[in-house]
Design a protein around this ligand. Structure first.
Ligand code: PLP
Length: 433
C-alpha cells in the first residue's frame, strides 16, 4: 500500500529550496514527505494529492470541534468584513474575558496573547514580578513552548539528564541563551519526595512551579491521585505560585480545563489551542491579586496582535459552544475517546503486541511497552519510540493521522464509524510492524 504523493513530493522539493529545513515548524519534520494539506473539515483532512485522512492531530489540538466548525467560520468571516486588526480595545474581547472568568475556576482576570509560548513567557515574568523571586521549578518532560527560558529537559537524552530523582537541566537547542538554567530547577514529575526536597533546598527563592496538569507532551500522563493537591499545598507553604500550563488541557478536558477536571486551583493558568477553534489566540488567566500587577503597570505585558479581533471572534464562537453545550460536547469527547482507546487496546491484545493505551480520553497516548503504567519522562523514554514512528507512517498509509509520538487528539466530529475505521486501519498497520 503506497499513497500517491507526487504533488506533495514536488512541493517539498521546492520548499527545501526556499523554506529553511523545508517546513515551518520543527514539529512538522518527518522522516519522509511532510503532509501538504489542501483542506480540512470535521474530523478529516485532504492532502494536495487527494488522499484523505481521519485526523487525530487536529492542528496539534486546537480543532476540538473538528476542523472548520460552521459557527466559528461564520464568526471569523463576519469579523473579517469589519476589520482584521485594530490593535485597540473592542467589545468582543471584554465578552470573551468575562466568559473565560466564568468558565475557568481560577480565572478572575485575563490577558490575551497570540500563541502559547508568549503567554507562558507572560506568566513567568508575572510570577517573578509578583513574588520578587527569580527561580522557576519546571518538570522533566513538560513542554512550555520554544522560548529560551523554558526550553530545557523536554525530551533530553537520558544519558545526559542526570539521575532520575535529581535531573539536570538539559538545553533544548543550539543557540539558546546561556544562564537561564541558573534560574531553573528541574524536577521529576509525580515524585512528591523529590519536589519537597527541591522546594526546601531553594526555600524563599522559587517564584513559581509550572506544570502541565495532565502531561500531554510526554505521553498523556495523569497526575497520581493526590499529587497535584500536595503540589498546591507545598506551593502555599513556600509562598510559591502554582502555574498550570493548560495549552493542551484547557477547554479540552472540561469547560474549566484540567483545573476543573482535577479539582485543583492554580494561581495562574495559560490557555491557547482549543480556545479559539483553530485561530491563534492564547490567554494568561489568574487570580486578581496576582494579575493586577500587570494592570498596575508593575509587570510589562504587550503585543500588537493581543486580542486581535478575528481571533477573538473565533474564541467567542468556540467558547459559547463549549460553555452552552457542555454536556453534549464533553460527553461526546470522552465517549469517543474511550471507545477508540478500548478499540486500540483490544486490537493490540489480539495481535499480541505489548501496548499501553492511557490518558483521559479527549487526549490519550499509545505506547509500545510491557509496562502497566507510564508515570514520568523516564518511563516514557523507556518505551519503544522508534516503533511508534513506524506505526505513525503505517497509519498515514492507511488514512489515519496521529501525532507521530503516539498522541491522539479527539474532536466532537469523530463518529462511531470513524472510530471503527480507525481501529481497522490500526489493526492492519500493526500487522506490518
Ligand atoms: C503545554 C504547552 N505549552 C506551551 C506550548 C506552546 O504553545 P505554542 O506552540 O502556541 O507557542 C505548547 C505547544 O504545543 C504546549 O503543548
Amino acid at each position: 500500500m503506497t499513497r500517491n504523493l507526487d504533488v506533495s513530493r514536488d512541493l517539498y522539493a521546492t520548499a527545501q529550496r526556499f523554506i529553511a529545513g523545508g517546513v515551518s515548524s520543527d514539529a512538522r519534520r518527518t522522516a519522509g514527505v511532510p503532509l501538504y494539506v489542501d483542506r480540512a473539515a470535521g474530523a478529516r483532512i485532504w492532502d494536495v494529492d487527494g488522499n484523505v485522512y481521519l485526523d487525530y492531530v487536529l492542528g496539534q489540538g486546537p480543532a476540538l470541534l473538528g476542523h472548520c466548525p460552521a459557527p466559528v467560520a461564520e464568526a471569523v468571516a463576519a469579523q473579517v468584513a469589519r476589520g482584521i486588526v485594530y490593535s485597540a480595545q473592542h467589545a468582543a474581547e471584554v465578552r470573551v474575558a468575562e466568559r473565560v472568568c466564568a468558565m475557568v475556576p481560577s480565572a478572575e482576570r485575563v490577558r490575551f496573547n497570540t500563541v502559547g509560548s508568549e503567554a507562558v513567557h507572560a506568566a513567568l515574568r508575572l510570577a517573578r514580578g509578583y513574588t520578587e523571586r527569580s527561580k522557576i521549578l519546571k518538570f522533566e518532560g513538560h513542554y512550555h513552548g520554544w522560548l529560551d527560558p523554558v526550553l530545557y529537559s523536554v525530551h533530553p537524552a537520558v544519558d545526559l539528564a542526570g539521575p532520575a530523582a535529581a535531573p539536570v537541566a538539559v538545553p533544548g537547542t543550539a543557540g539558546q541563551q546561556h544562564g537561564h538554567s541558573d534560574d531553573l530547577i528541574i524536577c521529576p514529575w509525580n515524585d512528591l519526595e523529590a519536589l519537597t526536597r527541591l522546594m526546601d533546598r531553594h526555600a524563599g527563592q522559587i517564584a513559581a512551579v509550572i506544570t502541565e496538569p495532565v502531561l500531554c507532551n510526554t505521553g498523556a500522563i495523569e497526575p497520581d491521585p493526590g499529587y497535584l493537591r500536595a503540589v498546591r499545598e507545598l506551593c502555599d507553604r513556600h509562598g510559591t505560585l502554582l502555574i498550570f500550563d493548560e495549552i493542551i488541557t484547557g477547554f479540552r478536558l472540561a469547560p474549566g480545563g484540567a483545573q476543573e477536571y482535577l479539582g485543583i486551583t492554580p494561581d495562574l493558568s495559560i490557555f491557547g489551542k482549543a480556545m479559539a477553534g483553530g485561530m491563534p489566540v492564547s490567554a494568561l488567566a489568574g487570580k486578581a491579586a496576582v494579575m493586577d500587577h500587570i494592570s498596575a503597570g508593575k509587570v510589562a505585558h504587550a503585543g500588537t496582535f493581543n486580542s486581535q479581533p478575528v481571533g477573538i471572534a473565533a474564541a467567542e464562537a468556540t467558547l459559547r459552544i463549549l460553555d452552552e453545550q457542555r454536556e453534549e460536547v464533553y460527553g461526546t469527547l470522552f465517549a469517543r475517546g474511550e471507545a477508540l482507546m478500548d478499540g486500540l487496546r483490544a486490537a493490540a491484545d489480539k495481535a499480541g503486541v505489548p501496548m499501553l493505551v492511557a490518558g483521559p480520553g479527549p487526549v490519550f497516548q499509545t505506547y509500545f511497552t510491557d509496562a502497566r503504567a507510564v508515570r514520568d519522562y523516564r518511563d516514557f523514554a523507556a518505551t519503544d519510540r522508534a516503533m511508534m514512528t513506524r506505526l505513525h507512517a503505517a497509519l498515514l498509509e492507511r488514512g489515519v493521522n496521529m501525532v507521530p509520538r503516539g498522541l491522539w487528539f479527539m474532536s466532537t466530529e469523530h463518529t462511531e464509524a470513524d472510530i471503527a475505521a480507525t481501529v481497522d486501519a490500526f489493526t492492519d498497520a500493526l500487522g506490518t510492524l
